[in-house]
Design a protein around this ligand. Structure first.
Ligand code: LIP
Length: 269
């Protein structure tokens, strides 16, 4: 079997185990450990525990790989492969008891940013909803659930307008600009959804449940797995330059729709 499939299957297995741990901790009750960039940007004890679990499992299986996670110190790669991990993406949803949160695990080669990495494999586990999305470079994308495993394909037709996911940053100072961007994109949309977990948004674009997704300020760990899952489902992931707050725009959709959204984003930024 090729290395991308091996990495995908490892990411999938660990994401499922980590997702089960996150779900059990949620049922036991969640405690906020700290806030980060702003008071709204929280981390729970479960975020830290789940990341430590994932890191230990990866080190046991592949000790020479590097690690970049949201909640712990990065480690350099000796193998050329780095794992980019968000232990609980959608932390505010998780802390609030809402089901849209995910474990996101990706293996990349080269750099650790969207512009510099070559994504090889990724998995997004949504434990509260019983779905695991995954992809291996050149091998397509899949979703697995109790009803089986199926291939993913992005949507390419939206006669009533596109159903578009988006998000707002934790910093209130960025909200006016984000809302202006949403207003500029709305002529393309039938409606918008604010799911609150980028890895879920991206997986839903890959599955054709959302027609597109855009958001400024995503971190590498938010989008590493989901962007590969979109690309391997026939979609396009575009990154636009930083705004005055230093936040790059990520757009995911079928290539034509992604280009139309990018044009409208540029018209207001
Ligand atoms: C979240 C993203 C989401 C964004 C939130 C937050 P976290 O990541 O997945 O798309 O809108 O502001 O950044 O902080 O839950 O890992």
């Amino acid at each position: 079997m090729n290395v991308e499939i091996d990495l995908r299957d490892l990411a999938r297995d660990i994401a499922r185990e980590a997702g089960d741990l996150a779900r059990r901790r949620r049922a036991e009750g969640v405690s906020i450990a700290a806030s980060k960039s702003t008071l709204a940007d929280i981390v729970t004890e479960a975020d830290r525990e789940v990341e430590a679990f994932i890191r230990a499992r990866l080190e046991a299986e592949r000790p020479d790989d590097g690690f970049l996670g949201e909640e712990s110190t990065a480690s350099e790669s000796r193998s050329g492969i780095t794992w980019v991990v968000d232990p609980i993406d959608g932390t505010v949803n998780y802390a609030s008891g809402m089901p849209s949160y995910a474990v996101s695990i990706a293996a990349v080669r080269g750099g650790v940013t969207f512009a510099t990495w070559e994504a090889l494999a990724g998995a997004v586990d949504v434990p509260a909803l019983g779905e695991t999305f995954d992809a291996a470079r050149g091998e397509g994308s899949r979703v697995a659930s109790a009803s089986g495993t199926s291939r993913l394909h992005v949507a390419s037709e939206y006669p009533a307008g596109a159903l578009i996911g988006t998000g707002l940053g934790y910093d209130p100072a960025t909200h006016a600009g984000d809302i202006a961007t949403m207003q500029a994109v709305m002529p393309l949309a039938r409606d918008v959804r604010r799911i609150g977990a980028a890895a879920v948004d991206l997986s839903y674009v890959a599955a054709g449940r959302l027609d597109a997704y855009f958001e400024r300020g995503l971190k590498s760990w938010d989008l590493a797995a989901g962007s590969l899952i979109v690309a391997e489902a026939g979609g396009s992931v575009v990154e636009l330059p930083e705004d005055p707050f230093g936040r790059r725009m990520t757009i995911a959709a079928h290539a034509d729709l992604a280009a139309s959204i990018a044009d409208r984003v540029r018209s207001v930024n």
